[in-house]
Design a protein around this ligand. Structure first.
Ligand SMILES: Nc1ncnc2c1ncn2[C@@H]1O[C@H](COP(=O)(O)OP(=O)(O)OP(=O)(O)O)[C@@H](O)[C@H]1O
Ligand SMILES: [Mg+2]
Length: 289
């Protein structure tokens, strides 16, 4: 990353573009709350009674083995998947009840995926402004002015007129973050956003996420980046087989896990770095651990 593209560090919490809306008049409380959420795909029980609460301004990190339900959890919060039972609340409002305005709820929830999903035929500026112009009916001039501020904040001001294929994966992912921020979300969901990146591009995306956290954004982050979890996370949740097995302060859970399953997962995560010989294909879970 050249110096001109370096994301701004130490964002000022008073910045009106990145800072979330001030706490609602009805006081603090949870930004996102899940209550006994259950979700199956056919006979596969994927979320098995999940209770979770993300406070305003909090960075909640979710870790766990492949297939444990992390992506499904995020998709249920964003109403991309209907839940079977339980309830999901956004800013105190139950969003899983019948008759909610899904579109208006989704505007308050930004989501960034592992695959950036930028439109290849649209320039960066148009990728970033499209939804805001179409859905929020922002005039082109206003949308572009806001997009320029956000692109600068993710270190990509100079790329506004380029096409996605002219950018690195890390740059594309930063565009995807700027695009999500265009809708002025109250909470941001991140699903393994650095997993598809070359190792040397991971850092620039994590820095943008760290700055967003410092600016006060509420974030629910699924990641394998344990250093990010330690340094940026306020709270860490370990999931396995659709259940929250253990949670707490990230350094405490990572350094002194109490549950056997957490210990095993963390040991295997570390083992990966040691030797491929120690890995095996887990037939039941269908993945390499
Ligand atoms: N749309 C779907 N239809 C059927 N099964 C699904 C669907 N989405 C997820 N699943 C199943 O639900 C389980 C949990 O999947 P999920 O993607 O939430 O796991 P994950 O923890 O995000 O895993 P990974 O770390 O590999 O991303 C898996 O067994 C998966 O095969
Ligand atoms: Mg996933």
């Amino acid at each position: 990353m050249s110096s001109t593209e370096e994301p701004t560090r130490g964002a000022d919490a008073s910045d009106s573009v990145l800072a979330p809306p001030t706490v609602a008049a009805n006081g603090g409380g949870a930004m996102v709350r899940l209550e006994a959420v259950r979700k199956s795909f056919g006979t596969n029980l994927v979320l098995d009674g999940v209770d979770l609460s993300v406070d305003r301004g909090q960075v909640m990190v979710v870790i766990g083995p492949s297939g444990s339900g992390k992506s499904t959890l995020l998709r249920c919060v964003n109403l991309l998947e209907p839940i079977d039972s339980g309830r999901v609340f956004l800013e105190g409002e139950e969003i899983t009840r019948k008759g909610t305005n899904v579109s208006s709820i989704r505007q308050r929830i930004g989501i960034v995926f592992q695959q950036f999903n930028l439109f290849p035929h649209l320039k960066v500026m148009d990728n970033v402004t499209l939804a805001a112009r179409r859905i929020r009916k922002l005039p082109k001039k206003d949308a572009e002015a806001r997009a320029r501020v956000l692109l600068a904040r993710v270190g990509l001001e100079e790329k506004a007129n380029q096409y996605p294929h002219q950018l690195s994966g890390g740059q594309q992912q930063r565009v995807a973050i700027a695009r999500a921020l265009m809708m002025e979300p109250h909470v941001m969901l991140f699903d393994e956003v650095t997993s598809a990146l070359d190792p040397e591009l991971v850092g620039e995306v994590l820095l943008v996420m760290r700055d967003l956290a410092r600016a006060g954004m509420t974030m629910l982050v699924v990641t394998h980046e344990m250093q990010f979890a330690r340094e940026v996370g306020d709270h860490l949740v370990f999931m396995d087989e659709g259940k929250i097995v253990e949670q707490g302060v990230p350094t405490v859970v990572l350094d002194q896990p109490q549950e056997e399953r957490t210990k095993r997962f963390l040991r295997r995560s570390l083992q990966l770095a040691d030797s491929l010989d120690e890995l095996h294909i887990d037939d039941q879970e269908g993945g390499v651990e």
